[in-house]
Design a binder for this molecule. Structure first.
Ligand SMILES: [Zn+2]
Length: 292
């Protein structure tokens, strides 16, 4: 993916790592940021990680999510979404109907459960669900190989789901547990997204990445989906997009309400994922919950 045009680029870097996933940021050493990104590739593959912290992105990001939150609030008030139930819904599991629908959808998708305890970082109920965060792996390994890599590299970083180019899906963290896929976000984003750091996230393996990105609540209030994709390598296959369609429908059914859909770079300005070729699909997901 070509770097975005930056009007006020504070920092720009391009890191090409061969032989394993590295997440290097120009404002921080890799060791400071195990939670910087769930992007990872199995050994032997190539990963490109880009970072350009752009003030214009911050400004854009401060407007769009807020608008989405307002819309979400209105939608919630008009439906039976669990969020609308407030604190009372904190320990309320999804309704029987939703659970049944969710189980059917999960079976139809053929989701392979491959839970890795080291990648779970705290409890997460339906009342703690607000966002579905979409990512690219920045590698081309199979979903199972991506999970193996996450579980072996010591960073403790993962998303709940990995969706392969062929539409296969592997889940490595249960929906009622926190995964470290979003990491630190821009200053003010906890408030902007209406979420709080409440101590449920153990924050293991996470280190601050800079004063510009101190907010850390999103992991504890979201579900992460990684799509196997290298930015700049072309379109997303139909099978993969259809699998993401189904996965979002499954998550909606599981919780009994529609979570807001964002990509990783909305949370942290300048992040590379999702790639530019996903932009049109992202808009479709945000407006109609399917890729087209
Ligand atoms: Zn990401």
């Amino acid at each position: 993916m070509a770097k975005r045009a930056s009007t006020i680029a504070l920092t720009t870097s391009l890191v090409l790592a061969v032989g394993g996933a590295l997440c290097l940021w120009s404002c921080s050493a890799a060791s400071e940021n195990a939670d910087a990104s769930a992007e990872a590739v199995p050994e032997g593959q190539i990963q490109v990680e880009r970072y350009d912290h752009d003030v214009s992105d911050v400004l854009q990001g401060e407007q769009e999510p807020a608008k989405r939150n307002e819309e979400a609030s209105r939608e919630t008030s008009q439906t039976d979404g669990a969020r609308g139930q407030g604190k009372a819904g904190a320990e309320t599991p999804p309704s029987t109907g939703a659970t049944s629908d969710a189980a059917d959808l999960k079976a139809q998708l053929g989701i392979v459960e491959d839970f890795r305890p080291s990648l779970s970082h705290g409890p997460k109920t339906a009342a703690h669900q607000r966002y579905i965060v979409l990512h690219d792996t920045e590698g081309n390994g199979s979903p199972s190989s991506v999970v193996d890599w996450w579980d072996s590299n010591g960073n403790l970083v993962a998303a709940h789901f990995v969706v392969g180019k062929d539409g296969s899906i592997v889940q490595c963290v249960p929906l009622d547990e926190i995964a470290h896929h979003a990491g630190y976000g821009d200053a003010g984003h906890n408030d902007l997204y209406g979420i709080q750091e409440d101590g449920r996230d153990d924050m293991e393996g996470s280190s601050p990445i800079g004063a510009w990105a101190p907010d850390y609540a999103l992991n504890a209030w979201s579900i992460g989906i990684e799509m196997v994709h290298m930015g700049g390598e072309g379109d997303y296959p139909a099978a993969q997009l259809e699998a993401v369609d189904g996965l979002i429908a499954y998550i909606d059914a599981y919780y009994g309400f529609e979570s807001d859909i964002i990509d990783h770079k909305a949370w942290r300005s300048g992040n590379s994922d999702t790639s530019e070729e996903f932009a049109g699909y992202l808009r479709s997901y945000q407006s109609q919950r399917v890729h087209e």
